[in-house]
Structures are given as structure tokens and as C-alpha cells.
Design a protein around this ligand. Structure first.
Ligand code: MN
Ligand code: MN
Length: 294
């Protein structure tokens, strides 16, 4: 890999890791998730980087893609299991990392299950490893804790301004001859649950990505389109849009969606409302794998 690119991945990962660790003090009972997300996103910018996506704070049966709304009053409550997913980029090179904090003792083992699966999977991130072996290891480890992996959520490759590059890295065993290659940058993210092991798309959608441009009638839609260009195809939050009214934003989004200008990331929920844990690191495939977000 080009030294300059490697350095940016390493730096983005280092910042993401630093913020992940410092953010843990913010995740406490009665804290507003809006305040948590805004603080984390501000620290990313203060450190000279940019969010690669809006901070995801997904509680309990929500697996991913919940980011606070404008004026969101949701608070962390006793008994919650909170997943915090943080993305940092430098010139499009991303560090993607996530962790789970449980405020319910009953789920401590669920948190351990995804962490252990991640640790085991990382050991295999060497050139020539069958991707299916990484996935099988994740499933086996989560099962050994008495839980199920989420079968329809995957880890993913990373590329410049591309958050979900090839390959997809399933959290269950599958059949493929695909082998990991030296210098590939991948995000591994095991999700464990006491539910069905499947997620489904749910309401609302709070995270979007700009796909292209096109003629639109609505003035707010034009504002959003111009605003979204700055993210170079990376995801952005409804909360970040410089229009105060959520109703106006959602009307404009409908037009943008219908015209194929906007891609949606709807909130993802466990199909049987099981509780979910997640752990994630960004890894560069090497004989000694480099965990950029360690
Ligand atoms: Mn992530
Ligand atoms: Mn990811």
C-alpha cells in the first residue's frame, strides 16, 4: 500500500480508537444520546478529522443506523444495552469502530460474545485466509456463549470514501473461495443476540447518502442536495441538515428518494426484538494483522 494512504488509515484509526475510549465516560444512565453524539462528532473535528458517518447510538433491539434526531430526548436508561459506532475519516480513509455497554448485568455475557468473536476473527486476518473461515469463527465463538450471530449484517471492506467496499464479511459460515489479500482494509463487526439472529428494516430513517444529482422542484430538496455534496458519498445525518423543521426535511427527502438521488439507511431492528451487542475494529490484512482502531 502507498505509504501516504497507509498513514491516513493509521491516523484515522488512531483517532477513532482514542475517541471510542474517551466516549465511554459519556455513556451513562440519564445521558441524552443527542448530547453524546454531538460531543463525539465535535471531538472528531477538533482532532482534525471528519466523521465518516453520523455516530450511531443503537439501544437494545436496535442493531444499527440509529443516530439521534434533532431535539431527540432519548436518554440512556437503567437496563439498556447501548451500541456506539464511531467512524472517522482523513481524506476519505476510514477508521470504523464500535463497542457495547450494558446497563443490565444479564447482558454482560452478550457483550463479551461479540468482543470475543471480534478478537478471534482478527487473528485470522492474514493474506490467504479463506474469508469463510473468518465468518465461521465468528459464528462459532458467538454460539459458544449461547447466543446467535446476526446472519444478515456483515462486516465490509473499506476504500477511499467508500464505507461498504468489497468484500462483505458475514457473521455466519458461508460457502466461498474468496481469500483475504495483503493490505486489504476491512471492518469486522460481529453482532450477537438472544433473539432470532435476523434484523429487519424499521422506521425511521435518520442516515442518508447522496447518490447523484438531478433536477428537483422543492427548494428544501435543493438545499439538502447542495448540503450533502460535501460528504463525497459518505453517509450524513438528518440531524445535520441545515433546515430546522423535520417535517420539511422528510417531505424533501421523499422527493429525493423518488428521484434516486438519496440512499436510505433505515433503522435496523432484531426481527424478534432480541437484544443485540456489537463490537467492531478496522483491520489491515497482514501476516501480523494491523488493527488501526486498537
Ligand atoms: Mn461501524
Ligand atoms: Mn462498519
Amino acid at each position: 500500500m502507498d505509504k501516504e494512504i497507509l498513514d491516513k488509515y493509521i491516523e484515522a484509526g488512531r483517532i477513532a480508537a482514542e475517541i471510542r475510549e474517551s466516549s465511554k465516560a459519556l455513556i451513562k444512565i440519564d445521558a441524552r444520546i443527542l448530547d453524546i453524539a454531538e460531543k463525539i462528532e465535535k471531538v472528531i473535528k477538533d482532532k482534525g478529522a471528519e466523521p465518516a458517518f453520523p455516530v450511531n447510538i443503537s439501544l437494545n433491539e436496535i442493531a444499527a443506523h440509529y443516530t439521534p434526531m434533532k431535539r431527540d430526548e432519548t436518554k440512556i436508561e437503567k437496563g439498556d444495552v447501548a451500541k456506539i459506532d464511531i467512524g472517522v475519516h482523513i481524506d476519505g480513509y476510514v477508521g470504523d469502530t464500535a463497542y457495547t455497554l450494558s446497563f443490565n448485568e444479564k447482558y454482560n455475557k452478550l457483550v463479551e460474545a461479540s468482543e470475543a468473536a471480534l478478537a478471534e476473527a482478527i487473528k485470522l486476518c492474514k493474506p490467504g485466509t479463506l474469508l469463510s473461515d473468518v465468518s465461521a469463527k465468528i459464528e462459532e465463538t458467538i454460539n459458544s456463549f449461547g447466543y446467535k450471530p446476526i446472519s444478515n449484517l456483515t462486516g465490509h471492506g473499506l476504500d477511499c470514501y467508500d464505507l461498504h467496499a468489497e468484500p462483505q464479511i458475514p457473521n455466519i459460515k458461508f460457502s466461498s473461495n474468496y481469500k483475504l489479500k495483503e493490505d486489504q482494509v476491512i471492518a469486522i463487526e460481529p453482532f450477537a443476540t438472544d433473539g432470532s439472529g435476523m434484523i429487519k428494516e424499521s422506521e425511521p430513517t435518520l442516515i442518508f447518502r447522496l447518490l447523484g444529482k438531478g433536477p428537483v422542484r422543492n427548494q428544501d430538496a435543493r438545499t439538502i442536495m447542495a448540503f450533502a455534496e460535501a460528504f463525497n458519498g459518505l453517509p450524513f445525518a438528518e440531524r445535520w441538515i441545515p433546515i430546522d423543521s423535520i417535517v420539511k426535511i422528510r417531505i424533501a427527502m421523499r422527493e429525493l428518494r423518488e428521484r434516486g438521488i438519496i440512499y436510505d439507511y433505515p433503522v435496523l431492528k432484531e426481527a424478534k426484538n432480541g437484544v443485540i451487542s456489537q463490537a467492531e475494529h478496522t483491520v489491515i490484512v497482514k501476516d501480523e494483522p494491523i488493527v488501526t482502531t486498537k
